[in-house]
Design a protein around this ligand. Structure first.
Ligand SMILES: C[S@@+](CC[C@H](N)C(=O)[O-])C[C@H]1O[C@@H](n2cnc3c(N)ncnc32)[C@H](O)[C@@H]1O
Length: 356
């Protein structure tokens, strides 16, 4: 499907508010660490601050993102990642692994590869494949892994890092990848779009993106990294850059079966995750002044109500970027070019844009 093609609407959809897709929730196991409770949500304590909670409700939202990402790329041979790993690949790292589902699925799919997932809070898992290792650490700390990685993966790391931290982190990735190894990043942004006039222009749904962006900027850890992720990866020296831009519907309103399923799961992601994405961020960095817990709850309830209006056809955008660390021969070529041109800005970068 072309990147900007409108999502066709299923004319037969009329949502019953009591349908299963809205009410179904799954309880996820408890964690070994207590964390810190703030406004009724549990947060990690390893790092000074991270805005999203690490509790069962948020892990449930992360599980929905994981499933949504799998559905979104279900037409591809490998829906977990797009980087073309070579047959000799041995090590993969998932940064900010959350519930650990991506790392576990990748380990299951590639039993000969060791897959590490690292997060500030221990993922609530009771079983892992033997080739999967989940670790608790701040990725900004010095990396002590002995092996180099063939793939380093990020998914939804908005509001986690300052621009300086991102730059440092990407350098760490570059230095700790095998030559020819890959970096891959899938990111979402909460801006709500609508291709028909099913949502009035003054609807609260259209405030979501700007409200989160403002709070993210105020915190110093931007929300809107979907706009900058490719540039950051290129700036870190990666080449052979690919990208897929896609629309993720919110709700089961699309006609297409896969998009319908994606919309259903993504809606569940929002309904479960919204409060956690908002609570610390808005009570600390909300604009024009920090919000009260109750203000956050009222705002989030309003968004939920509009999201579940069966006549609305909202969607958000997702972007996946993957790129390669140059081989030594390509590094040498870069050096020669820099010397020849006298400026790093003229390093030839091979760019491929894949439109979905
Ligand atoms: C929005 S969640 C996404 C989780 C997972 N990648 C996914 O897509 O389901 C981001 C995760 O990054 C983790 N994180 C944030 N800052 C981190 C850091 N400095 N080091 C390690 N993990 C971090 C958070 O604890 C959180 O679990």
């Amino acid at each position: 499907m072309a990147d900007d093609a409108p999502i066709a609407v299923d004319p037969n959809i009329y949502l019953n508010q009591s349908d299963d897709w809205q009410s179904e929730t799954t309880s996820i196991g408890s964690s070994i660490y207590k964390g810190i409770i703030e406004n009724g949500r549990r947060y990690q304590t390893l790092k000074n601050e991270y805005s999203y909670p690490s509790d069962e409700q948020q892990f449930e939202a992360y599980e929905a993102t994981h499933l949504a990402a799998l559905v979104a790329d279900s037409g591809r041979p490998n829906p977990l990642f797009q980087a073309p790993l070579g047959p000799s690949a041995k090590n993969i790292l998932d940064v900010g692994t959350g519930k650990g589902s991506w790392a576990i699925d990748v380990a299951d799919m590639f039993p000969e590869i060791t897959v590490r997932g690292v997060d500030l809070f221990p993922p609530p898992v009771t079983w892992m494949p033997p080739n999967c290792i989940l670790e608790v650490d701040d990725i900004l700390h010095e990396w002590t892994w002995r092996e180099k990685f063939d793939l380093i993966h990020f998914r939804v790391i908005q509001c986690a890092f300052t621009p300086e931290e991102t730059e440092h982190l990407l350098k760490q990735c570059y230095d700790n990848l095998e030559p020819g190894g890959w970096i891959e990043h899938l990111e979402l942004h909460p801006n709500v779009y609508c291709d028909d006039d099913s949502i009035p222009k003054d609807n609260t749904l259209f405030t979501v993106g700007p409200t989160w962006d403002a709070a993210g900027d105020e915190s110093g850890r931007p929300m809107n990294i979907i706009e900058t992720m490719r540039e950051s990866i290129e700036k870190a020296g990666f080449i052979d850059v690919h990208e897929i831009n896609s629309k993720w519907p919110l709700g089961p309103w699309p006609k297409d079966k896969t998009m319908k399923e994606l919309g259903l799961i993504n809606l569940q992601h929002w309904l479960t995750g919204l409060e956690g994405y908002a609570m610390h961020l808005f009570t600390k960095y909300g604009k024009p002044v920090p919000w009260s817990k109750e203000e956050v709850q009222v705002y989030v309830a309003g968004i939920r109500k509009e999201l579940t209006n069966p006549r609305h056809h909202p969607y958000q955008r997702a972007r996946r970027v993957w790129a390669r660390k140059p081989l030594p021969s390509e590094e040498a070529e870069k050096t020669v070019n820099i010397k020849k041109e006298g400026t790093a800005a003229e390093i030839p970068v091979q760019v491929k844009v894949e439109q979905d």
